[in-house]
Design a protein around this ligand. Structure first.
Ligand SMILES: *Cc1c(COP(=O)(O)O)cnc(C)c1O
Length: 315
């Protein structure tokens, strides 16, 4: 087992949603990774336990990552680094986009993660919006600069999606048994890859609801699964092992959707549980839609991946 630094309160709760179950005609449970107890919760805390375990073991002093200004990963990485005495840099864009998938800039009404980042030791480098590739390149140049200053620097991939991040979800799957289907928000891939590898060959199917529009995502997931496979000495996944649904993305990454907005209000008003507009609300909108046909009558777990600070940033 890779080295781990404890950050979250695991296992997170897994409980039935009685009202929604009755309403939708499915046996719906929810996995509360919004309640990890670390940095306002969210799925990134699990990955960071292993990422930080590795950084500390290797004596890394400085890390560089990138993402959107409302990145939930950056918020949690910043605090995990503070706790371990690691200097953390993040290169950020408000609404990065994939070449060919640019949509109108969504207005901000305030700050969620960006505000919280100022309460951590995070060193931010904010850029004007551009493509994801431009963002990755800028993070690469920053690391090169820091290395030139004589620092030992590690680049942390976006969303913490490396073998260790996926490993965290491979482990997390042991906290949820008995589900026929697990539904969750998917983006950089380690949540879906870890869960899918863990449940492979069992009676549990994993459906990831994509929060990004680009079809090439699936190739990244396959290659990530090969990296995880190497770590746990199992074969990786092929494309057909991964069930990633694109029809609930809406206009694009980082842009709330009307269906997500409806799902967010619905779950809050029926069960007292908030979703976030960028990830989990779109995933729950997907679940609401699928409950009419392929999930009907099934025992389903919705894996709540957190993201609540973004509620304060988007209208
Ligand atoms: C990062 C994130 C996801 C996606 O998880 P990945 O492992 O990156 O696919 C889903 N929901 C929320 C709230 C997130 O912050």
């Amino acid at each position: 087992m890779p080295p781990r630094i404890p950050l979250i309160l695991a296992p997170t709760p897994h409980h039935r949603l009685h009202r929604v179950s009755e309403d939708l005609g499915i046996d719906l449970w929810i996995k509360r990774d919004d309640l990890t107890g670390f940095a306002i919760g969210g799925n990134k805390g699990r990955k960071l336990e292993y990422l930080l375990g590795d950084l500390v073991q290797r004596g890394i002093q400085t890390v560089v990552t990138c993402g959107s200004t409302e990145s939930n990963f950056v918020r949690q990485l910043a605090l995990a680094c503070d706790m371990s005495g690691i200097e953390c840099h993040a290169v950020l864009m408000e609404q990065p986009f994939e070449e060919g998938y640019r949509v109108a800039k969504w207005p901000r009404i305030g700050e969620g993660n960006r505000r919280l980042n100022r309460l951590s030791g995070l060193i931010t480098h904010e850029l004007a919006d551009g493509t994801w590739d431009e963002l990755f390149a800028a993070a690469g140049s920053l690391s090169a600069e820091l290395i030139a200053q004589g620092k030992r620097v590690e680049n942390i991939p976006i969303g913490g999606s490396c073998a260790l991040g996926a490993y965290a979800f491979y482990e997390a799957a042991t906290e949820v048994t008995g589900a026929e289907v697990v539904v969750h928000a998917s983006s950089s891939g380690s949540t879906q890859v870890g869960l899918t590898m863990a449940y492979r060959g069992s009676g549990t199917r994993v459906i990831g609801i994509s929060c990004d529009p680009e079809p090439a995502l699936l190739d990244d997931f396959v290659s990530l699964s090969a990296d995880l496979g190497q770590l746990i000495q199992r074969p990786g996944l092929v494309r057909s092992d991964l069930d990633l649904r694109y029809e609930f993305v809406g206009e694009g990454y980082g842009v709330p959707s009307p269906e997500g907005d409806h799902a967010l209000r619905y779950l809050a008003q029926t069960e007292g549980i908030y979703l976030d507009p960028i990830y989990s609300a779109k995933a729950f909108a997907g679940l609401l839609d699928l409950s009419k046909n392929e999930l009907a009558g099934k025992r389903v777990t919705f894996w709540h991946t957190g993201g609540l600070p973004a509620l304060f940033a988007f209208p």
